[in-house]
Design a protein around this ligand. Structure first.
Ligand SMILES: C[S@@+](CC[C@H](N)C(=O)[O-])C[C@H]1O[C@@H](n2cnc3c(N)ncnc32)[C@H](O)[C@@H]1O
Ligand code: SF4
Length: 305
């Protein structure tokens, strides 16, 4: 299981058939993006392999906007596999992942599908991704993946005010309709791109604090494994919780070097209260946009422990 190993992300295009109100990738977030040829992509992968020479299995994630819109996707996968990359993940909205394409990609060596599936409610789903008549196709395409052995399928709902209330039912739906799926990744909305424009979608930490523990208990009672349940949340939200071990950031906090690297990359800040917190230098802090929206409300510094 490779869910909690950080992967190298390669964006294959800047085209998408959906128009998600929360999408974190836009022309504004990637102003210098230029689509690369297969050869250029392979050179990038090769660089990663050289830099990561000490890592046993390099993991590559192919994403985009929507990578299934690239006609040469199966060839890209096949050539990356020829560079001895064992784990190739595809991030997709699954709307175009029909039987034919799925079969081609699995033959070419996609080992994991990381699928955006945000709600089991047709209206909420279609409103969220701004594409009508797509829900049933996505369901059919995900169900089809049950026919293949030796692949992992992970669902990634982006959690916001639109869908958090239905999370319990969401897990019931997955159990019933996609019983082969074990891993769900919870992505609390990151305030970038479209999400920054639609900032009101962002949940406050009080709601997350109140709801998340019992939701995770419920999901685990159904035998799901929930990856990254605290992704991008400050330490004081997930502090001391039994599920934190499945969070990539907690795993990486074990490496101080990585935690410094990450902090430079993101637009997170600490607030005055954080100065009192004993975890100030371990935490990856708070989204700037969260502070603008909710001030320091519900940020519970861990000063008393
Ligand atoms: C930008 S998408 C590209 C791949 C593909 N189009 C898809 O939607 O799966 C990559 C991943 O980021 C997630 N995502 C998009 N916007 C996000 C946001 N604001 N916060 C957190 N995750 C987000 C998507 O659900 C998807 O799993
Ligand atoms: S999240 Fe994925 S499907 Fe939605 S607009 Fe962005 S790239 Fe497209």
């Amino acid at each position: 299981m490779t869910n909690n190993i950080r992967s190298h992300l390669i964006r294959l295009n800047m085209l998408c058939n959906e128009k998600c109100s929360f999408c974190n990738v836009t022309i504004d977030t990637e102003p210098n993006y230029k689509e690369k040829s297969i050869l250029e992509i392979l050179l990038d992968v090769n660089k990663i392999i050289i830099i990561e020479w000490w890592v046993e299995n390099v993991k590559i994630t192919l994403s985009g906007w929507e990578p299934t819109l690239r006609k040469d996707l199966d060839k890209i996968v096949l050539w990356i596999k020829k560079l001895w990359v064992k784990y190739i993940e595809l991030q997709t909205n699954a709307s175009l992942l029909n039987e034919k394409l799925a079969s081609k990609l699995i033959d070419s060596w996609v080992s994991k599908f990381f699928i955006s599936f945000h709600s089991h409610k047709k209206e909420i789903f279609e409103d969220y991704v701004w594409l009508k008549w797509i829900f049933d196709t996505v369901i059919k395409n995900i169900k089809n993946l049950w026919n293949y052995k030796n692949i992992e399928v992970i669902l990634n709902p982006v959690i916001s005010k639109k869908n958090y209330k239905d999370l319990k039912e969401y897990f019931d739906f997955i159990k019933q309709n996609f019983p082969f799926i074990k891993y769900i990744s919870l992505s609390f909305i990151q305030p970038h791109g479209e999400a920054k424009k639609n900032i009101d979608l962002m949940l406050d930490y009080e709601i997350i604090n109140k709801e998340l523990t019992w939701i995770l208990d419920y999901a685990y009672s159904l035998w799901f494994v929930v990856n990254n349940p605290y992704c991008w949340l400050p330490v004081c939200i997930m502090w001391r919780d039994k599920y934190s071990k499945n969070c990539i950031e907690i795993i990486e906090w074990k490496s101080i070097i990585n935690s410094w690297k990450r902090r430079e990359d993101n637009n997170k800040i600490y607030i005055e209260e954080c100065n009192k917190c004993i975890y100030k230098w371990l935490c990856s802090w708070i989204w700037k946009e969260y502070v603008e929206l909710y001030w320091s409300k519900w940020i519970n510094c861990i000063k008393n422990y």
